[in-house]
Ligand binder design. Structure first.
Ligand SMILES: C[S@@+](CC[C@H](N)C(=O)[O-])C[C@H]1O[C@@H](n2cnc3c(N)ncnc32)[C@H](O)[C@@H]1O
Length: 431
C-alpha cells in the first residue's frame, strides 16, 4: 500500500497514517510505523504487523524520496539493528532529534526555553566514534560454509545474528581486532586458550589514544573472561606491537584528567565528543559542595573537585565503585557505593549540608518519582541533568519544574550519530 510519512518518532521509524480507503473506512488515521524512511516521503509498503492501535510496515519501493536521503555508508545498514539513520544526511539527523526532543518535552508539559542548543562534532566525526562495541560470535554453516567463527550484531527485524565485516560507527581498530579474534578462536594455535564453544559474545573497549584495550568474553556459563592488551609503538613501523597484560582496567584521558576504567564499568562511548561533552556538563559550576549522583567512574566528579571545596560522588554498580574511589583518591571528595535513592534518603534523615550543585546522570530509567521528590525537598540551587532517554527525562523534568526548578538551558549532545539515541544536558535553577 502507498504511505506518506509525516514525521520521525523516537526509535528511528517514521509515522504514517492509513486513510479511509486503506482501512475500509474503519480506522482511518490509524498509525503506521515505517522504518528506514524520512519525513515527507511517499513509499510503497507492506504491513508486517497489524495491531488494534497501530501497525508496522516495511518499505518495498520509495515512490518519492526526501531530498535529505543519502546513500548509507555501511553495507550492513538496514539488516543490522545498530543504526537507524544512515540514510539521512547529518543535518537531517540532528533536525529529527531536535524535533523529537522538543515534542517529548512539550507533550509532558515541561516549561522549557525556546532554543535547544546542540553539541555536535563535524560530519566526519559522526563516524568511527564508538570506543566500545559488543559483538556476538556466530558459528553457523548458513553464514559460513566452512563453519568458521564470525562476529555480528543483532538483526534489525529479529533476534537473529547478522555477521558483519565492518562497522563504520566504531573505531576501526575495534572491528579489526574482533575479526582477528574470530580467526584466533578457530586456530589451532596452542597459545589460544579460549575455549571455542563456550564463548557467546565479545566486548572491545579502546582508550583515548588507541594504546590500551579491554576485551571481555562472555560465555554460556560462568563469569566473563577479561583480557587486556597494550599497543606498543614500534620505531620505523606504522603497526604497533600487541602485548597482552594482566591489567583489569585501562586508562582513559578526558579533558586533562586520566580515569581508570575497570572491565564492566560504564564509560561514555563517543570518543570524538568526550572532552567537549564533559566540559559542557561541568563548565562554570563552582561553589562549596557538589554532588555527582550516578557518578560512574567519576568522569564529572573528578572535574568538579577543581571548582568545589568538596565533591560527593554516588555510584551503585560494583563494577564502577573501585575505579571511582581510585579516580577521586587524594582529591577533596568522597565516594559512596550506594544507590542514589538510599543516598538521598540518608541525607534527608541526617540533615546533611545542602549542596550548591547536583549533577545527575541516571541510566535510561531516569530518576523516578521518589528521587525527584527528594531533590525538590533538598532544593540545591542548581541541577545539571544528563539524560540518555527523552521520555524519562521529560517525566522527571515535569516533576522538578512543577515544584522548585526552572530550566535555564537545554543542550542536545549528539553522542550517538547514525542512531536514534539522543543525549540531553539540562541546566536547572531553583526558583
Ligand atoms: C549513564 S551512566 C553515567 C556515569 C557517569 N556520569 C559518566 O558519564 O561516566 C549511569 C551510571 O549510574 C549508575 N547507576 C545505575 N543505577 C543507579 C542508582 N540507582 N544509583 C546510583 N547509581 C546508579 C550506573 O552504574 C552508571 O555508572
Amino acid at each position: 500500500m502507498k504511505l506518506h510519512t509525516e514525521k520521525s518518532v523516537y526509535g528511528g521509524d517514521c509515522l504514517a497514517r492509513l486513510d479511509s480507503q486503506q482501512t475500509d473506512g474503519k480506522s482511518a488515521g490509524k498509525k503506521v510505523f515505517v522504518p528506514l524512511t524520512l519525513p515527507g516521503e511517499t513509499v510503497e509498503a507492506r504491513i508486517l504487523e497489524d495491531k488494534r492501535a497501530f501497525a508496522r510496515a516495511e518499505i518495498e519501493t520509495i515512490l518519492s524520496a526526501s531530498p535529505n536521503r543519502i546513500e548509507p555508508r555501511c553495507p550492513h545498514f538496514g539488516i543490522c539493528g545498530g543504526c537507524q539513520y544512515q540514510h539521512a544526511n547529518y543535518s537531517t539527523q540532528l533536525a529529527i532529534k531536535r524535533s523529537i526532543l522538543r515534542e517529548t518535552l512539550d507533550r509532558a508539559k515541561v516549561p522549557s526555553p525556546a532554543e535547544i542548543h546542540t553539541l555536535v562534532g563535524s560530519e566526519e566525526q559522526s563516524w568511527r566514534y564508538r570506543n566500545r562495541i559488543r559483538l556476538a560470535f556466530i558459528r553457523d554453516s548458513t553464514h559460513d560454509a566452512q563453519g568458521r567463527t564470525q562476529v555480528g550484531y543483532r538483526s534489525r527485524r529479529s533476534h537473529d545474528l547478522v555477521p558483519i565485516d565492518e562497522c563504520p560507527i566504531a573505531a576501526p581498530i575495534l572491528v579489526e581486532c574482533a575479526l582477528d579474534l574470530a580467526s584466533v578462536i578457530d586456530s589451532n594455535d596452542p597459545r589460544n586458550d579460549l575455549t571455542e564453544n563456550d564463548l557467546t559474545e565479545v566486548e572491545l573497549f579502546i582508550n583515548h589514544d588507541n594504546s590500551e584495550m579491554l576485551v571481555t568474553f562472555f560465555r554460556v556459563q560462568g563469569e566473563p573472561i577479561l583480557r587486556s592488551l597494550r599497543f606498543v609503538p614500534v620505531a620505523g613501523s606504522s603497526r604497533p606491537k600487541l602485548e597482552r597484560t594482566d591489567a583489569q582496567s585501562l586508562t582513559y584521558a578526558v579533558a586533562g584528567h586520566e580515569y581508570r576504567v575497570d572491565g564492566g564499568a560504564f564509560f561514555q562511548i563517543n570518543r570524538h565528543l568526550l572532552d567537549r561533552f564533559t566540559t559542557l556538563v561541568t563548565d562554570g559550576l563552582t561553589g562549596s559542595l557538589a554532588w555527582d549522583l550516578y557518578a560512574g567512574v567519576g568522569l564529572f566528579a573528578r572535574r568538579l573537585t577543581q571548582t568545589f571545596n568538596m565533591v560527593h560522588a554516588v555510584e551503585s554498580a560494583p563494577a564502577s565503585t573501585a575505579a571511582l574511589q581510585h579516580n577521586l583518591a587524594g582529591a577533596n571528595s568522597h565516594a559512596s557505593a550506594l544507590t542514589t535513592l538510599d543516598y538521598l534518603r540518608r541525607n534527608r534523615e541526617q540533615r546533611e549540608p545542602r549542596p550548591d550543585v547536583i549533577v545527575l546522570d541516571p541510566p535510561r530509567a531516569g530518576l523516578g518519582d521518589e528521587v525527584a521528590h527528594l531533590l525538590n525537598a533538598i532544593g540545591a540551587p542548581q541541577l545539571v541533568y544528563v539524560s540518555c532517554d527523552p521520555a524519562t527525562l521529560a517525566r522527571d523534568l515535569h516533576a522538578l519544574t512543577r515544584e522548585r526548578y526552572r530550566i535555564e538551558a537545554i543542550h542536545l549532545a549528539d553522542m550517538f550519530p547514525q542512531t536514534f539515541h539522543l543525549e540531553t544536558v539540562v541546566r536547572l535553577r531553583r526558583i
